[in-house]
Design a protein around this ligand. Structure first.
Ligand SMILES: NC(=O)c1ccc[n+]([C@@H]2O[C@H](COP(=O)([O-])OP(=O)(O)OC[C@H]3O[C@@H](n4cnc5c(N)ncnc54)[C@H](OP(=O)(O)O)[C@@H]3O)[C@@H](O)[C@H]2O)c1
Length: 333
């Protein structure tokens, strides 16, 4: 392999995990305001599976290489970068390009590796911490003492949401698809975890929060969950939609409770937003959340790590939903 080449993951067309290939390609170069990172590890996220299936193409101008987050060492800088320095260990949020031995990141979207974490573990931070902080706290306005209902509690997103909401003094109820996953959610700080496969989550949540209801719902399921979420929300409650694992199309939706209980229905995607908007989230994370990671109060939960060559197995595991927490790809660098 040449000095300026690298291994990277590519998708041959659109389809299942069998279309994943590892190929040799040229290393990218950092532009103005960007750094080149020698990647130690890349996080695997559900949106990567959607991208592979052809349902979530990278925004215009982004690399076709999958991967929304990495950790590694900065080895080169473009013009106008004051931090990080060459040699610094960082984790970074990317628009794409993480499943590779080298990746370009906006300097403003890099964050230092918290002391208690290894360089590899830090790859599991950016995508879920940016998403959860922005959606639960900025958009959802979750306050101390309020109750948060998190669906997919054992997912990468869910495991981060449970920990952050607890760390900021909120009550947390999670849903997950097995007794083992529910125990995982409780160990992370959820006051209660509901196995949605054996219980009606609305009835079970009502027993916990009573008539008052929950203040914020973080939902990635959609479909039949929309009306159910609304039925359990407190007056002035906020529903934050970040995915549609079941469906984004809802028939016969009764909008009346939204008006009568003054509910807010909102949501967002992270990847399509500008570097400037994401940099604001990075700055807020560094100020408010990084101290919690530095103290060890909050940490990413790593379910499994695979070598880059086994990206296919990593996607198969994610789509089996057998994991709890994050899945990583490790480059060996
Ligand atoms: N909007 C954004 O900016 C943004 C950013 C990142 C991720 N996301 C979204 O957040 C969600 C979680 O992402 P992640 O990377 O944390 O995923 P993940 O770790 O793969 O977790 C997804 C989990 O959701 C649960 N689930 C519930 N209903 C499901 C259904 N109908 N089909 C499949 N799984 C279902 C599964 O566990 P059990 O069913 O066993 O409980 C599964 O493990 C995804 O929908 C992703 O697209 C959104």
């Amino acid at each position: 392999m040449g000095l300026s080449s690298m291994r990277q993951v590519t998708f041959e067309g659109a389809g299942g995990p069998e279309i994943i290939r590892v190929v040799e390609a040229a290393r990218p170069e950092p532009g103005d305001g960007e750094v080149l990172i020698e990647v130690a590890a890349a996080g695997v996220n559900r949106p990567d599976c959607l991208q592979r299936a052809g349902a979530y193409p990278p925004p215009k101008g982004e690399s076709p290489i999958p991967g929304l987050e990495v950790s590694g060492r900065v080895i080169a800088r473009g013009q106008g970068v004051t931090w990080p320095a060459e040699g610094d260990e960082v984790c970074a949020l990317l628009g794409s390009g993480g499943y590779a031995e080298y990746a370009v990141a906006a300097a403003a979207l890099c964050l230092p590796v918290p002391k208690p974490l290894s360089l590899v573990e830090a790859a599991g931070l950016p995508e879920t911490f940016f998403t959860v902080f922005d959606n639960v706290f900025t958009r959802g306005r979750l306050k101390p003492g309020e109750a948060l209902l998190v669906h997919g509690g054992s997912s990468g997103i869910g495991s981060t949401a449970i920990q952050l909401a607890r760390a900021f003094g909120a009550r947390v109820i999670a849903t997950a698809g097995s007794a083992e996953k529910c125990a995982f959610c409780r160990a992370l700080g959820a006051e209660a975890a509901i196995d949605y496969k054996t219980q009606d989550f609305v009835e079970a949540a009502r027993e916990i929060v009573g008539k008052t209801g929950v203040d914020v719902v973080l939902d990635m399921v959609g479909g039949s969950y929309l009306q159910k979420n609304i039925s359990i929300m407190a007056t002035e409650g906020r529903l934050v939609q970040i995915g549609f694992l079941q469906s984004g199309l809802i028939e016969n939706f009764d909008f009346r409770p939204v008006m009568l209980r003054r509910l807010t229905l909102t949501g967002s995607t992270l990847r399509a937003r500008s570097v400037g908007q994401k940099a604001e989230i990075a700055a807020a994370l560094r100020e408010k959340v990084w101290p919690l990671l530095e103290s060890g109060a909050v940490k990413p939960v790593i379910s499994a790590s695979f070598p880059l060559e086994q990206a296919r197995q990593a996607h198969e595991l994610m789509e089996s939903s057998a994991h709890m927490g994050k899945i990583l790809l490790v480059t060996g660098r």
